[in-house]
Each structure stands twice: as structure tokens, then as C-alpha cells.
Design a protein around this ligand. Structure first.
Ligand code: NAD
Length: 414
């Protein structure tokens, strides 16, 4: 059974509410988004015609600070999806102990059918439409599905033109020339590797020789592979939407990256094969990293999964009913809000650099990322041991308890 993102988030949060002492009024506040803006706006197309587009920006909760979250361009964007993703960002930022609430935005469009100049006009107009709720101290967008550092440059420029001064802190994920942070593009995969290593450390093992299979060989999958290999693990299988490749003795990542650089898909790699898409999930490996899409490990395909550890690079790759099966099988799942939090942690560092006018070296960024993720992992691990709950529920409990504590001090206005 496929779960909508909303159903997934709701079930995960309910579980956490049942394991934590969250005051009822906070539970009520956290069940609904604080603000959802829906906009409809025209864009002039290259042929001189006009098309109308629908967009959303949701700020789910801002008790901890300005809301943070990506903007996606996709034909399937819905208000419900944007709200669920904004809720996810809220738990992720709280878990990572960032001074941020959660947000998400989206425009219903097919970016592959738009020219670059149409995309630029769409981005600038969308930014203008949601500008009343944006600012470096209220809501800070970032790239997501089918939006890039270039999209962020257009958003930043539009915001700056309205304000009359340059405001680099309004977005993260910018090009480095505009103040984008070093280490940002590697950060999510780097975080997947760090949290996986920490799990191994906590069960008294080393990553040396541990075998890994990775679904998805885009930004997150690629950097997860590179950092895990650097930590001693052996990447034995990877796949993308075009096909996959397997080598029990360890894949040659350099060759694979060269192929991706040239052909943009794994199917063109000489040793690749086209296989049933779920096969990557069934490899006899120590660690499985879903780094592609949501709803990949479900009740109907979870039984043959052999990995003992799953580190969720993607958002929502495991459905709640599959999660229960994995828990019974003793599989340790590092939940998405922990495993892939490296991206938003470095986004926060980018925002801090923009606000302070400083530029940090890559080592400084990576040291801070490492330190924060190790601390957060430790908190989640201890909570899971103390309450005898899964790492996922423990991560939600840590995140929601933090938000509840802040509400406790701030109170409810007026
Ligand atoms: P991406 O577009 O760079 O890569 C996605 C990869 O998944 C591609 O290789 C694509 O071919 C592959 N894929 C798609 N369908 C597949 C299938 N059925 N089987 C196997 N592979 C398939 O995207 P990304 O930035 O790497 O993001 C991947 C996931 O990680 C998404 O869920 C995203 O929300 C999540 N995430 C990304 C970041 C980030 O910083 N990029 C941060 C947090 C979470």
C-alpha cells in the first residue's frame, strides 16, 4: 500500500505523541500548519502567450525561529504535499537543534517543458507573490525537486531588487559566487555516512568492509557512496531510474562518476544492467541506503530486504507498515529526519555566514557538521534505549519535546 506523505507524517507524529509527555495544547498546535499561502499568477511564455500557474508556501511552525525549507517545481505539487513536507522540515530542524521552524513551497508546473527564460520569469513572479511572508528572519527558501542553485540566485535577486539592497541570507543553496556555502552540495550524503558510522560505533562495530547498496545515484546517493567508502565501507550495488550495477568485490566509484558526468544515467555504464527496480533493495548487504524517492520500502516488498541497517537518505522511503515489519526483523533504521539532516545543517551554516558576512573554509563547515550530527545521533540513540522505541520514534520524540519546551517558555499569545 502506498501512503500519502500526510498519512506518513501523521502516523509518525502520533507514535511520538504516545511515547512522550507533550502537553495537549502543543499537540493541538502541531497538528496543523501555521500558515499556508496559495497563489495563482501569470507568466509570459516565450511565444508571447500567457500561462497561469498555482504555487504554495507553507510555514508549518515557527516557535524555534524563522521557517526553513525548499521550493519544488513539479506537475504533482499539491497543497497537501507541501504541508506534509513543511511538517517534516519542522521535525528535522528541531531534531538538529537548529534555530529554525519548518517550511516548504512548490509550484505546479512541468519544469522540463519550460525554457530557461520561462523558468526565470516563473521564479521571479512566484518570489514576488510570496514575498510578503519571506525574509531572512521569517522564512528562508532553498532548492528542492527540480529547483537548483540558479533558481535560488533568481529568488535572491528578485527579493533584493524589491528591497533595494542585496540580501544573500534570504535563500540557501545559492551558487558559491553569491555566498553559497562550501560543503553544501556534499552535506546530505556526508551526513548519511556520518550517521551510519555512528550507528555502527554504537553497536560496537566498524564500517571497515561493511557492504552497502544504494538506491538512487543523484546528489544524496553519490556523496553517501563517496563518504562511506572513505570511511572503509564497500559499495557493492547502486541503481538509478535507468538501471543498476553490482560488484561483490566493490564498485569502481571513479568510473561510475565519470559515466554519470558524461551520460547522466547509470544504464550507459558498460557493466550496468537493467533490472527490476526493487532488486537494489534485496541485495545481501549490511547497509541499504534508499536515496531516491518516497514510498520505496513498503509492506508488499519489505520481506526480501536483507540489510541489517537502513539509512534513509531520501525523505519518506519507508512506509509505516513496512517500518513495523523491519522493527520485528531487528533491522535498524536511521530515519530520514536524522540520516539526511546534513543538508539543512549546512544550509543553516550558509545562512549564518550570509548574516555575519563571514566566509568559512570547507574544513570549518565539515567539522561543525560532524560535531552536530554526532551529538544529535547520540541523543536519539539514548532516547531509543531509554524508552525502548525505534530510532524513528525516538527522533520524533527528541524533536517534538524540543518544540514543546520552547512553547512552555514562550507561552501562547496573547
Ligand atoms: P537527485 O535528483 O539528485 O537524485 C535522485 C536519484 O534517484 C537519481 O539518480 C534518479 O535516477 C534516482 N531514481 C529515481 N527513481 C528511481 C527508482 N525508481 N529506482 C532507483 N533510482 C531512482 O535527488 P537528490 O537530491 O539526491 O534527492 C534524493 C532524495 O533525498 C529525495 O527524497 C530528496 O527529497 C532527499 N533529500 C535530498 C537532500 C539534498 O540535499 N539533496 C536533502 C534531504 C533529503
Amino acid at each position: 500500500m502506498e501512503f500519502s506523505l500526510t498519512q506518513m507524517v501523521q502516523q509518525q507524529v502520533e507514535k511520538a505523541f504516545n511515547c512522550a509527555t507533550i502537553p495537549e495544547y502543543v499537540q493541538k498546535i502541531l497538528k496543523c500548519p501555521k500558515l499556508v499561502l496559495e497563489v495563482n499568477f501569470p507568466v509570459k511564455m516565450d511565444d508571447g502567450s500567457y500561462k497561469c500557474f498555482k504555487g504554495f508556501r507553507c510555514q508549518y511552525d515557527n516557535a524555534l525561529g524563522p521557517t526553513k525549507g525548499g521550493v519544488r517545481y513539479h506537475p504533482g505539487v499539491t497543497r497537501e504535499e507541501v504541508e506534509a513536507l513543511a511538517a517534516w522540515m519542522t521535525w528535522k530542524c528541531a531534531l538538529a537543534d537548529l534555530p529554525y521552524g519548518g517550511a516548504k513551497g512548490g509550484v505546479v508546473c512541468d519544469p522540463l517543458e519550460l525554457s530557461e527564460s520561462e523558468l526565470e520569469r516563473l521564479t521571479r513572479r512566484f518570489t514576488a507573490e510570496i514575498m510578503p511572508i519571506l525574509s531572512p528572519h521569517s522564512d528562508i527558501p532553498a532548492p528542492d525537486v527540480f529547483t537548483t542553485s540558479k533558481t535560488m540566485a533568481w529568488m535572491m535577486d528578485t527579493f533584493s531588487m524589491f528591497k533595494g539592497y542585496t540580501e544573500p541570507a534570504i535563500v540557501t543553496g545559492k551558487p558559491e559566487a553569491l555566498g553559497g556555502s562550501l560543503g553544501r552540495k556534499e552535506a546530505t550524503g556526508h551526513g548519511v555516512a556520518i550517521t551510519t558510522r555512528e550507528l555502527y560505533r554504537n553497536v560496537g562495530k566498524s564500517l571497515k568492509g561493511a557492504t552497502v547498496s544504494i538506491q538512487g545515484f543523484g546528489n544524496v546517493g553519490t556523496y553517501s557512496a563517496l563518504f562511506l567508502e572513505e570511511m572503509g565501507a564497500k559499495i557493492v550495488a547502486v541503481s538509478d531510474s535507468s538501471g543498476g550495477v553490482i560488484d561483490k568485490d566493490g564498485l569502481n566509484l571513479k568510473e561510475l562518476l565519470e559515466c554519470m558526468e558524461k551520460h547522466k544515467c547509470l544504464a550507459k555504464y558498460e557493466k550496468s544492467k537493467i533490472w527490476p527496480r526493487d532488486d537494489i533493495l534485496y541485495q545481501d548487504v549490511d547497509i541499504l541506503i534508499p536515496a531516491a524517492l518516497e514510498n520505496q520500502i513498503r509492506k508488499d516488498n519489505v520481506e526480501p530486504v536483507k540489510a541489517k541497517v537502513i539509512s534513509e537518505g531520501a525523505n519518506g522511503p519507508t512506509t509505516p507498515d513496512a517500518d513495523e515489519v523491519l522493527e520485528k526483523k531487528g533491522v535498524l533504521v536511521i530515519p530520514d529526519i536524522l540520516a539526511n539532516a546534513g543538508g539543512v545543517i549546512v544550509s543553516h551554516l550558509e545562512w549564518v555566514q550570509a548574516l555575519s558576512g563571514l566566509r568559512w573554509e570547507e574544513k570549518e563547515i565539515n567539522d561543525r557538521l560532524e560535531k552536530r550530527l554526532v551529538t544529535v545521533f547520540d541523543k536519539v540513540w539514548k532516547k531509543a534505549q531509554e524508552k525502548k522505541i525505534s530510532l524513528r520514534t525516538a527522533a520524533y520524540v527528541v524533536a517534538i519535546e524540543r518544540i514543546a519546551e520552547v512553547y512552555g517558555y514562550r507561552g501562547v499569545f496573547p
